[in-house]
Design a protein around this ligand. Sequence first.
Ligand code: FMN
Length: 198
Amino acid sequence: MTINIELSPFDLFDKWYEEAKEAEPSDPNAMTLASVSVDGKPSARIVLLKEWDKDGYVFYTNFESRKGQEVLATKNVAICFHWKSLKKQIRIEGIATPVSDEQAQAYFDTRPRMSRIGAWASMQSQPLDKRETFEQRIKDFDTKFDGQEYFPKPPHWSGFRVTPENFEFWEELDFRLHNRFIFTQKDGDDWIAQRLYP
Ligand SMILES: Cc1cc2nc3c(=O)[nH]c(=O)nc-3n(C[C@H](O)[C@H](O)[C@H](O)COP(=O)(O)O)c2cc1C
């Protein structure tokens, strides 16, 4: 077992992701997203990685949710993948910025109709008095967009692109004697890999 540090961290991510797609029974694109509030309190939850390239890693969410507000306010995030079946972990720390409305709408249009209705109906992270209130909102938006195959995304629903400042690749070895490398960039130049004690 070894981590191929000849590859750029973006290419190494892609290589491991391809392995995860084969090995993970569900949601290989699930990642923990950690955000931080303006008063420095961290919070974490799972989101799904939907698009990625050399510019960063994109997830979609409600910008009025707890995470949405925190990410808009402080921009600093960490994401973490753990693929149990591969015994591998990738950590990325970086800066999150909203994607364009065009990019978000293009992704929104690929979602099943009821997921799109749900994005309108859910006031994510707000108190909900009872399930029926949510179900009524779902009905109302379903009626509002009745007969429309495509309709606009909610203004408060979009994506964040996480531009990496560093990557860490970790693979499990026997007796907890793991391999671990952190990649950082010096002055916007090539990525440098540094081995870390596990
Ligand atoms: C497998 C899985 C995938 C999820 N994907 C997303 C996602 O892509 N976007 C999202 O907003 N919430 C997603 N969630 C729900 C979040 O974990 C979280 O409950 C929700 O976004 C509210 O978080 P917040 O109150 O911290 O903003 C997912 C949850 C799980 C378990």
